[in-house]
Ligand binder design. Structure first.
Ligand SMILES: [Fe+2]
Ligand SMILES: [Fe+2]
Length: 287
């Protein structure tokens, strides 16, 4: 069996992204969709419904009365925050396993993905852009291709590491050179199979490319930047993570002062702690 066939075979065995969340993401493509229409879809997923109600009834909100319906939950959380939680709950079980091929322990990919989504959202806010669900969802799922390539990246672990350490290649270049394919390409294929909206497929496909606001959608640019920043901050970097580089075009065209980045980062740490609490994740990132 060729490596390509083995990879396709592994893709068949990855658990699918919840269909209810896929439906919600397609509904969110229409910015005028009423939240009530989305709630009608979500209530068919008992696990996500239960998790949403559990969050509202947790000590985080300190409510005196029990929250028993999705309508009540939406009032408490706010509709945008609730949409983000629905996506995150859909991805929780998928992303928590250890990925030794990338040097990631149990829970580390999940924490990296949540951090990247939180930071992308903070950047969106900082730039005063309108809500764009492809930012948060694309960020949560950007590294999903690692689930497929973990086994093969593990078999070639030392060769990929050698190319990074001795030849100065970025982690994604070394992965592509050794395996003939990289986790961004495979993640995009997986997202197509799950029938996710094209805006999200594109974020996954391009998250390591040299992106620019002149050529690429905002969601692609923000997730690219947030991913590199999370890795530099050591959140889910794995063993080769530091060999990631931000697109110079993007950094220059944003033209942010160090002061602005600092302000954004300090807001991000607070937001990340809140996101970890809402999702019931430990603050050091291991599940
Ligand atoms: Fe990646
Ligand atoms: Fe990443």
């Amino acid at each position: 069996m060729s490596l390509n066939d083995k990879i396709l075979d592994t893709m068949d065995r990855i658990r699918p992204f919840p269909q209810v969340v896929v439906k919600v993401l397609h509904l969110l493509e229409d910015p005028d969709i009423p939240a009530s229409r989305i709630m009608e879809v979500v209530r068919y997923d008992p696990v996500i419904t239960m998790r949403l109600l559990q969050v509202c009834n947790s000590a985080l909100f300190g409510l005196k009365r029990r929250v028993e319906s999705l309508q009540q939950a939406m009032i408490i959380l706010g509709s945008q925050a609730m949409m983000r939680l629905i996506v995150a709950f859909g991805a929780l079980d998928l992303l928590k396993d250890p990925l030794p091929g990338y040097g990631l322990e149990r829970g580390e990919l999940l924490d990296h993905s949540v951090a990247c989504a939180t930071l992308s959202q903070s950047l969106l806010k900082e730039l005063n852009f309108p809500e764009d669900h492809a930012v948060f969802t694309g960020a949560i799922l950007h590294d999903v291709g690692k689930l497929v390539l973990n086994e093969y990246a593990g078999e070639q672990y030392w060769e990929i590491s050698r190319m990074v350490d001795e030849e100065g290649q970025s982690a994604i270049e070394a992965e592509r050179a050794v395996l003939g394919v990289d986790h961004a390409q495979i993640g995009a294929q997986l997202a197509q199979r799950w029938n996710l909206p094209q805006s999200i497929v594109l974020v996954i496909l391009k998250h390591h490319e040299s992106v620019s606001p002149e050529r690429d959608p905002l969601a692609v640019c923000l997730v690219h930047l947030a991913n590199v920043m999370c890795v530099q901050l050591g959140i889910g970097a794995g063993t080769r993570g530091l060999a990631s580089r931000p697109s110079q075009d993007l950094v220059q065209s944003l033209g942010w002062s160090p002061k602005k980045l600092d302000a954004c980062l300090s807001a991000f740490w607070c937001e990340l702690e809140r996101a970890r609490s809402l999702l019931n994740l430990p603050s050091e990132g291991r599940a």
